[in-house]
Design a protein around this ligand. Structure first.
Ligand SMILES: Cc1ncc(COP(=O)(O)O)c(C=O)c1O
Length: 512
């Protein structure tokens, strides 16, 4: 891989550039295919593939009843739902006979084209050629599956991967399972949106002085894994200026960026203490265009002139996690290598899930919009409208929770601070120790606090359990992560916030 190359990034140059960064296991992965599923001349009787004829399927039709709005409590279903009907032959582009059958590993074309179109509109890669042919999208079985496949493709015992010091821990497990080593990188835990997220000075210094630094025994990093927007667990987002700096560092020190972005669509406008329940999403001035251009953080793909960014998106948080459906965006060469792994392992993600997602979005389009627009436009617009409704609900929940936390006696007594999130589904609460003593006691103290919180009727995640290296992050691992996603309503969030306040007060008064 060369940094900042200006050569045209066609398939041949992508291959030359990225072949050397692949795991050594990649060359052993070959599907030993015993038949070729290509199109046959008319009249040939197909007795090749072990595919059950669709009339063997126990399902002939599926009727979907689709909400027009999340938390739809309107009992008059015909006003508040739209429907989609699928059977063995219809809809023509994705009937059950097709979606429930063995199918292309990369995903079924209708949904695949929809997702690629979505990326092209929102985060078109900077290295894209005119016809969008040097990058692509493949569907996958959830971002967890995506990261497994990506790390399997890029990492082996010689690889060093940098990860934000607190992270979604399965990412660490997936890297380590390849034999690679994870190195934590510092993040600024700050409510200031211009300074939160990856500490770029620290990152620069680490890379610049690698050979004399604490990891000099390791190879220089090949990959940075980042949850740059609405980070898990911190809820923080790397501001645009830092994204540019990180990309420059990636070019200078020649590493790839794996951007895992399950939460990016759930953007939060800043909390207004004077008007805590104000929700800009409810204003008619927040159009799709404004949402896309002024609210959403831009993907690293949009800075990616040399095809070194791999983006992971998922339907888990904006549709439903049980579908196990996600997609990976990358340059065509890397994606082909990821696909080769899928070919011999999972093959295509569930066709039933793909059919449900595609038919839902299509039905939303057909019911919502003026029919003068082409279907492709309608589908994009309707899906964005749905996502904005989800984001609006999350923003409201975040406001309700912050307000309730700020009203607790414990907060007002200064026992904890709240790190207002900028996107996603998490809020972190930092404990303000008057006299902590030894920072090494933090995990033990936090375990005790966890017990006291459960005694007070609320369960959260302990920040230190999401650290890449506790030793590295000990000093500031004294936080709790709560999610606003699973509560059934505002009242439950308010009650939970009160219990958090009571629990922390109880801890300070009786257990320290
Ligand atoms: C950062 C991050 N990546 C990936 C996932 C898993 O996503 P999926 O359900 O698509 O596997 C999560 C889920 O919580 C997450 O927080």
């Amino acid at each position: 891989m060369t940094a900042g190359s200006t050569a045209p990034l066609d398939y041949v140059s992508l291959k030359k550039k990225f072949q050397p960064v692949l795991s050594k296991r990649v060359e052993n992965r070959h599907l030993k295919s015993f038949w070729n599923p290509s199109k046959l001349p008319d009249g040939v009787i197909e007795l090749a593939g072990g595919m059950p004829h669709e009339k063997f399927f126990p399902i002939e039709a599926i009727d979907l009843k689709i909400s027009k709005t999340p938390f739809n409590e309107n009992p008059k279903w015909h006003d508040s739902f739209t429907t989609a009907h699928l059977d063995l032959e219809s809809p023509g582009e994705l009937p059950i006979a097709r979606s429930f059958q063995y199918a292309e590993t990369r995903g079924l074309p209708p949904l695949l084209h929809f997702t690629k179109d979505m990326v092209a509109r929102i985060n078109r890669p900077a290295f894209s050629d005119k016809t969008d042919s040097n990058w692509d999208v493949i569907l996958s079985g959830g971002s967890n599956d995506s990261m497994y496949k990506v790390f399997e493709t890029l990492c082996d015992e010689t690889t060093t991967v940098m990860i934000e010091e607190f992270t979604f821990t399965p990412a660490i497990s997936n890297v380590e399972a390849t034999g690679a080593t994870v190195v934590p990188i510092k993040i600024n835990l700050s409510v200031d949106r211009q300074s939160q997220g990856v500490d770029v000075d620290c990152l620069s210094e680490l890379l610049e002085n690698w050979s004399t630094g604490p990891y000099s025994h390791l190879n220089k990093p090949r990959v940075l894994y980042t949850i740059a927007t609405g980070q898990n667990p911190t809820g923080m987002s790397v501001p645009q200026w830092k994204r540019e700096k990180i990309y420059e560092l990636a070019q200078r020190h020649d590493f790839l960026i794996v951007e895992d972005d399950p939460y990016g669509y759930l953007y939060f406008p800043p909390f207004d203490p004077e008007n805590p329940l104000d929700n800009p999403y409810q204003s008619s001035s927040v159009t799709t265009e404004r949402y896309l251009n002024e609210f959403l953080m831009k993907s690293f793909l949009t800075l990616d002139t040399d095809a070194r960014v791999i983006r992971l998106e998922t339907f888990s948080k904006i549709f439903a996690p049980g579908l196990r459906l996600s997609f990976i965006v990358a340059n065509r060469f890397i994606l082909e290598k990821v696909l080769e792994l899928a070919d011999i392992t999972t093959r295509a993600p569930s066709g039933a899930s793909q059919a449900i997602v595609y038919s839902t979005i299509r039905a939303m389009a057909e019911s919502n919009m003026p029919s003068s627009l082409p279907l492709k436009e309608l589908m994009f617009e309707s899906w964005m409208q749905w996502i904005m409704q989800i984001a609006s609900k999350y923003n409201h929940r975040k406001n309700v929770t912050l307000k309730a936390l700020y009203e607790t006696e414990s907060y007002q007594a200064g026992q904890f601070s709240v790190m207002e999130p900028s996107a996603g589904m998490f809020i972190i609460i930092k404990i303000n120790w008057a006299n902590l003593g030894n920072p090494e006691d933090i995990p033990q103290q936090m375990d005790k606090l966890d017990e006291v919180l459960v005694k007070n009727g609320v369960k959260l995640v302990l920040g230190y359990k999401m650290a890449v290296s506790l030793e590295y992050s000990m000093q500031h691992s004294d936080f709790l992560r709560l999610t606003i996603a699973y509560a059934k309503d505002d009242n439950q969030l308010i009650e939970a916030s009160k219990r958090i306040g009571n629990g922390i007060k109880d801890f300070f008064e009786n257990y320290r």
